[in-house]
Design a protein around this ligand. Sequence first.
Ligand code: FCB
Length: 390
Amino acid sequence: MDFPDGFLWGASTAAHQIEGGNINSDWWQREWGHLPGPAIAEPSGDAADSYHRFPQDMALLAEAGLAAYRFSIEWARIEPEKGWVSRAAIDHYRRMVDTARENGLEPVITLHHFTNPVWFAREGGWLTDASVDAFRRYVEAALPVLEGVSLVCTINEPNMVSVLADPEVGFPSIGLPPGVPDVTDRLIAAHRAAVELVRSTGSQAGWSVATQAYQPEPGAEEVAAEYGWSREDVFLEAAKGDDWVGVQAYTRTVIGPDGPREIPDAAERTLTGWEYYPSAVGDGIRNAWKRAQAPVYVTENGIATADDRRRIDYTTGALEAVHACIVDGIDVRGYLHWSALDNYEWGSYRPTFGLIAWDRETFERHPKPSLAWLGGVARANALPVPPPGR
Ligand code: FCB
């Protein structure tokens, strides 16, 4: 299974999940009970100390054969106090861009990956109209980091930001709460402002949406369409006119006449409790292509498992689905695996998504066989045809 020439192979991370010591962010402050919100099981602490160890992390990806590294820059470090920009933080992220290039990796930069500066959260965050302008000013300040970077993601999973925005609404056992319309509107406005700024540096701008592969049972098509709109589709439609759209996919949600179906007991589950369903990424790509009508990059896809063979199996299935989309004429330009490293999975270190493990005390890196495997796929720009019966 060959992939198109120039197909971009890489791995993704997000600052708060790997850097460590992100103390001026709302997440850190919530982890230690300094901001209201639901209790968080485990604090992020030093995480993987990738704030200091990024050269080694990048070198491992490049040596394995990957060609791109997606990482996020942290608003809470760049603007730890409202209106005060840290030159040192800008320089730090600039060094990351340069180091990626020195390693032969294409840097793909995310400007916002869930975390906010604590001052922004205290002022009401995305629940206030001032959020759009605050974000625009941050992006403006961060532009020096983006010089010469081809691909920039403005906001990671704006749909997750919206569905989680109402602190009163709890998480259902299956599916997601609906998006909060005002928050969705502000995120779209913030995105539009950021796209304009990002393009002024010559970079290609897009955003990455969490796709949930909403699969209607026969007769539940309208229920599924209605369900998917505020949680996914509105964000994909808002990507119309962008330079690219990012698809992030992990699992599916089957929709019956009354909404999402619980996962059947017999189904295999991953460490996040999600159904093991590798071809979800194909559903996500098809929905994104139909709605955004822009070139697609898979900016996240992977599995939380302690069994690295299941990771390879999952990723094989996912790449078969990506390939099928390409065969059908969809312009898919890259695949960035989640995640380069085991990381802080928003409250816990237990769900291990990484191609690279690391020691919690010494931070020593331990690449898993899946890293060499994915690097081999990248080098060949082809997926080996699976043995019969896989
Ligand atoms: C996505 C997030 C990412 C990670 C993966 C598992 O929703 O963008 O940070 O948590 O899920």
